[in-house]
Design a binder for this molecule. Structure first.
Ligand code: MG
Length: 427
């Protein structure tokens, strides 16, 4: 009895004094489902990201709520479909006036309100006017660029607009115009490591949104030619190096066990591969929105599991809220849900099926998934009407047909009806 009481007392003290976990979201740009070694990459290796998977959970059905950069990032940081923040159509450009609305409550605001130091490194792409930039959306610090790396010194003929050289910011100050993109992955990595080493008593949230492997592809001299298959392989190898450097730093600092490390990308591949998925970036086929997704937290999450449960980046905000005990505003309409139980008990947790809506880059719902079934009702990209005719309503069983090849709509009218009703009822 005495021993039991002592044990309980020790547990209580331990739980009261245990520090909030640090959080790192390692977010690449346009990296496809098959652009990681443990997801089937061909021609190069990603040992560090693979190692991360072996120390956490590797998800096979991990989704982003958009097919392109801006809306995907809005969904990640708000836990809501991008349509809610009005950022569901295409992407923001250097000539755009808008950005993430002030009333959106971001993951960074949530964590900062709960005592976290919040750091944004890399590509923002939620509005480059001052009011939309990271420091006005929950981040204490920012080092990076406001939009994509191809918007560098670019002439937009259709609206007669010349964008400036890519602006590199430290917080709200423009510190360089047109930085050498060969070094972007390297300087972002060094920035993350500096923050980890110089951390104070606060837990930290680092949102590291690499520009690579978005076009134009760049790697530092140490990685150019390294893969032997061209610049794309070199770029991915450097991103893998980046992840490895950060994990190594966390281990050296003795905080890896108390850090939640999330790896994924914003949308499907432009340069890379989504095999065996159909489609790619900007398309609502699986290849546009299903991503490699790894979550590791060595102190709490079981190691080395592969999960086939369906989750999305919109789940991260409510999940991190639950894990960190962060409060959310009342009446906040979230589309993501808390999946922390799945993270802690992946072998025995089955999440209830819930609909997932595939929004096109033109701002319309083109498909919906529920359980193993996916219904497509239209296709603005990834379908050639001249060659293939009108797009037919298409139903696929993703469990049996991950490549969306066998249209089962004719044989399953009730399933088509059920899923069509979901699309009509989105609100
Ligand atoms: Mg992207």
């Amino acid at each position: 009895m005495k021993n039991t009481l002592l044990f309980l007392l020790m547990i209580t003290i331990a739980s009261c004094t245990s520090k909030q976990p640090n959080i790192i979201i390692f977010f690449t740009d346009d990296q496809g489902y098959a652009d990681v070694g443990c997801y089937g990459a061909v021609g190069y290796e990603t040992p560090n990201i693979d190692q991360l998977a072996s120390e956490g959970i590797r998800f096979t059905d991990f989704y982003v709520p958009a097919t392109v950069c801006t809306p995907s990032r809005a969904g990640l940081l708000t836990g809501r479909y991008p349509v809610r923040s009005g950022l569901h159509e295409a992407v923001l450009f250097p000539f755009s006036e808008g950005g993430i609305p002030e009333e959106e409550y971001t993951m960074a605001e949530m964590l900062r309100d709960n005592g976290y130091k919040t750091i944004c490194i890399g590509k923002w792409h939620l509005g480059h006017k001052p009011q939309y930039m990271p420091l006005n959306n929950g981040f204490d610090e920012f080092f990076g660029v406001p939009y994509s790396n191809d918007m560098d010194n670019h002439y937009y003929r259709d609206i007669d607009f010349q964008s400036p050289p890519l602006p590199l910011y430290r917080n709200e100050e423009l510190i360089e115009s047109g930085p050498d993109q060969d070094y972007l992955t390297k300087i972002y990595t060094e920035e993350a490591i500096r923050h980890i080493k110089e951390r104070g008593d606060q837990p930290f949230f680092i949102y590291l949104a690499h520009n690579m492997p978005h076009y134009p592809l760049h790697a530092s001299p140490a990685f150019k030619g390294k893969s032997g298959i061209g610049i794309f392989g070199d770029v991915i190898m450097e991103l893998d190096w980046s992840a490895g450097e950060i994990v190594e730093c966390l281990k050296e600092e003795g905080i890896f066990d108390n850090t939640i490390f999330i790896f994924t990308s914003d949308n499907g591949p432009a340069a890379g591969s989504a095999e065996p998925l159909r489609g790619r970036k900007a398309q609502t086929w699986e290849g546009g929105q299903r991503e490699p997704g790894i979550i590791a937290w060595p102190g709490r999450i079981p190691a080395g599991l592969t999960s086939h449960e369906f989750i999305t980046t919109m789940d991260l905000l409510p999940t991190l809220a639950a894990i960190t005990g962060s409060e959310l505003p009342e009446n906040l309409h979230l589309d993501g849900q808390d999946v922390s139980k799945l993270l802690f008990e992946p072998a025995k947790t089955q999440l209830p099926a819930r609909p997932f809506y595939y929004w096109s880059r033109d701002g319309e719902i083109e498909a919906v998934r529920l359980g193993d079934w996916k219904l497509h009702i239209k296709k603005t990209r990834g379908w050639n009407k001249d060659e293939q005719g009108d797009f037919p309503v298409s139903l696929y069983n993703l469990k049996e047909d991950i490549g969306e090849q066998k249209n089962l709509a004719m044989d399953n009218p009730e399933k088509v009806e059920e899923l069509f009703t979901l699309i009509e009822g989105f609100k």
